[in-house]
Design a protein around this ligand. Structure first.
Ligand code: GUN
Length: 281
């Protein structure tokens, strides 16, 4: 192995400790409201972990669970009430929502200053315009992992694989904001390997294992793996062929233990930052 491991568990621990310290000094308790509609088992696990992380780091949290039959209007009314609640600084509605509920309408109903997922059109616009605002947690966490290498991104070539609204697109914009030259590849890209070979930084957010192989990676590159897939033995794996790429890359995130823990960490950071902003207003 030539690559240095970028340890998302260790970085999460450091950042979560800083959240707890800043929260304790704030003079108010940052509050997160988490809403789950329906009984998707994976969503239930994610939500439980988010609420637990709040409690462990000095944040207030409210968890609201509703039946899958909850009318859209009732959900919108709950969001309006949480928008007006001064004890709540962040609102997260777990996705996916039942089909009768328009997710875009729900996301748009969350006050922009409480949009700790950073999923709203206004939050996306703030990021695209280089304005301060709440950033989507997963790409924000990837930026922290990249920063932890100490490599200055100015003038470096970053290749993002994937163009989702939650990861790929915001990731590209954050890298651009950090003065990288950015290429976004996706399912219709003609020659993925050609682009990845140029990259000083690769962020893979595809959802298909072995998308990034050793032959595609420039020696010394930073490789960030957002993928969460299962291999034939049912073991968790990313989008990167870790076993081979670790011998070529300069830095690499493992799966599990890389990007995964950072998503909830950045949710805590966003909730804290949202609370800090209310004090500045
Ligand atoms: N479902 C899967 N990941 C997420 C996330 O980061 N936020 C929300 N709201 N729903 C999700």
């Amino acid at each position: 192995m030539t690559a240095q491991l970028i340890d998302g568990v260790a970085l999460s621990k450091t950042l979560r400790g800083q959240v707890a310290e800043r929260a304790a000094r704030l003079g108010l308790k940052p509050g997160l409201a988490v809403i789950l509609v329906g009984d998707d088992p994976a969503s239930a696990v994610y939500v439980r972990n988010k609420v637990k992380a709040c409690h462990e780091h000095g944040l207030h949290s409210v968890f609201e669970k509703y039946e899958a039959t909850l009318p859209e209007a009732a959900l919108l009314a709950r969001i309006a009430a949480l928008n007006a609640d001064p004890a709540i600084h962040g609102i997260l509605v777990q996705m996916p929502l039942p089909r009768h509920i328009d997710a875009q309408k729900v996301i748009a109903a969350i006050a922009t200053e409480k949009d700790v997922d950073g999923f709203s059109v206004l939050s996306a616009g703030e990021l695209a315009s280089g304005l301060p605002g709440l950033r989507p947690c997963t790409p924000y966490g990837c930026m922290k992992l990249i920063e932890s290498t100490g490599v200055d991104l100015r003038g470096r070539h970053a290749v993002v694989i994937g163009r989702s609204n939650t990861v790929g697109k915001p990731m590209a914009l954050m890298l651009l904001q950090a003065n990288a030259t950015v290429t976004v590849c996706h399912s219709a890209t003609a020659d993925l390997a050609h682009h990845v070979r140029q990259a000083d930084v690769v962020v893979a957010a595809v959802g298909r294992r072995n998308t990034v192989t050793a032959g595609m990676v420039k020696p010394g590159a930073i490789v960030i793996d957002v993928g969460m897939n299962r291999n034939d033995e049912g073991k968790l794996c990313g989008d990167v062929d870790f076993a081979a790429v670790k011998d070529v890359a300069g830095w690499i995130t493992p799966v599990p233990g890389g990007v995964g823990p950072m998503t909830i960490t950045m949710l805590l950071v966003n909730t804290l930052e949202a609370a800090e902003r209310t004090l500045r207003r």
